[in-house]
Write a protein that binds this ligand. Sequence first.
Ligand code: ADP
Ligand code: MG
Length: 617
Amino acid sequence: MSPSIKKRALRCALGAALLVLALILPLAGPWRILPYFVAYQVVGSDIIAKAFGNLKNRRFLDEYFLMTVATLGAFYIGEYLEGVAVMLFYQIGTLFQDMAVNRSRASIAELMDIAPDTANLLVDNQVTVVDPDEVAVGDTIVVKAGERIPLDGILMDGSGTVDTSALTGESVPRYVQPGDQVLSGCVNLAGILTLRVTETFEDSTVSKILELVEEASERKAKTENFITRFARYYTPAVVGLALLMAIIPPVFFAQPFHDWLKRSLIFLVISCPCALVISVPLSFFGGIGGASKKGILIKGGNYLEALAQSEIVLMDKTGTLTKGHFKVKDIFARTLSQEALLEYAALAESQSNHPISLSIVEAYGKPLNKELLASATEISGHGVHAVVDGKQVLAGNQVFLEKHFVQFPEDFPFPRASTEVHIAIDEQYAGTITLEDEIKTEAAEAIASLKEQGIRRLILLTGDKKEVAETVAATLGIDEVYSELLPGDKVAMVDKIFKEKSDKGKLLFAGDGINDAPVLTRADIGIAMGSLGSDAAIEAADVVLMDDNPAKIATAISISKKTMAIVKQNIIFALGVKFFVLALGALGMANMWEAIFSDVGVSVLAVLNAARALRLK
Ligand code: ADP
Ligand code: MG
């Protein structure tokens, strides 16, 4: 229990005891007020202090002010018991809210707990325990069984199973062997892992996630901002009304002042907007926390709100629906041996991180003689242009080579349904490497569940060949496909589709972020694949899927819809009860006790409802 919660609980308990004492003490006359006043001070001194403090800072007319005026007013008209009780129940309501907020914080903190405090640095066969901050890229660290991996790295030695659930929500452990990339934040379940560190602590996955989660609560949803603005006008308005209620009937209609003052105080108690002010942000907070437990990082309440209105989903193919892990299938060499062609291609591609490049280097398999490579430039969506062994090498798609006036042979014999990399050496066509990528196992489910979520249009965008794109789309049941797009074309496509959506609907783009960071920013909601994707994509995206599972797009939408439903329930419920009891109060049909319970009761129910958002399935 946090200290502030303890203090408040103590205040409530002590205040309640004093109140009982005040009720049974046989005091009479003006002395009667004393024990009530002591109880009042014990229960509410912090609220009163805040009300006056805010008054000094010219931020008056907030809920503290409402409570202070209402309770002091109750004392003024001689309703001591009610005065203390209003303050007491208000504090009990606040206590409940604090506890709910704390619980949500705790779940987020659990997530935060994924950052280890130490790393075992290996230097000259000696292990020293250091701060992860002090480990440099290229250093070697050792992770023992049961320890959390402190920094991102490549597994050099040892094999084992790692629990990735903190990052991905995926509970099945992953087997890792030398050469595999391992991410910080995962737990090493068995074996000793020796890693070569590839990112500093600051740039490691775990730090990035924490940063994202911390920043998420700062980006407010429209609904949250609306509530804040609403409270800004609402509170002064009710205070004004209460004032009029206390003055007009007695002054102009010769009504009893005492009665109307009492009505106006009841009115003030009822009107406190606490339920809304706290439960709406709490619901968003819960939704974001609940999603992050499933490996879905939503960067702010605004995106959570937008996700619930998703109408059109655009998806990239490579790395999003397919594994993005190409395998070289065939090598058609025209002017030189297959081996030599592959070597040229591998050298030319060796500087790029594109999945195609990685697979060609992998297929070559042998160490590359980098001295032969004089320069290499990547033209995104096209291919690479390199100087290898003094020769101009182009490796890329047909459009790219044709731009460089490479003549393709008449008998162009390649299977059309695979991804191709054509190679030209000194502007002469030299051969083609065909590659194949696998569809992710979750891709079909991803599409089906998006349709279930009522997505009106599902569109596949890709830079790959038409035949390849259409095969993938047909397999998965996507009906709109645009292929052979350059990164710029993808942006233009998003702009065009933007105009075709309804006013309220939102456009989602999901990609692995390689070559598509511009599109991620352009869409209403950009979703990036977190573990495959580039850093630029994680920066540019609004939602990051830690385990690259496209089925989580629909999960994110579903969580956002449920969270928004909770927010709406709370707003309607809280406002409904408020207005109803306010009307009763104005008509003189509600007493102070009903006022107290309508306020505190609604707050507590709304907060409990909001806490549900954290546990959404
Ligand atoms: P996608 O939309 O499938 O992610 P990209 O925009 O990354 O595709 O690339 C589109 C096409 O451009 C690829 O299918 C390939 O033909 C070609 N290409 C892009 N980068 C490279 C590269 N590094 N080497 C060879 N070909 C490339
Ligand atoms: Mg891509």
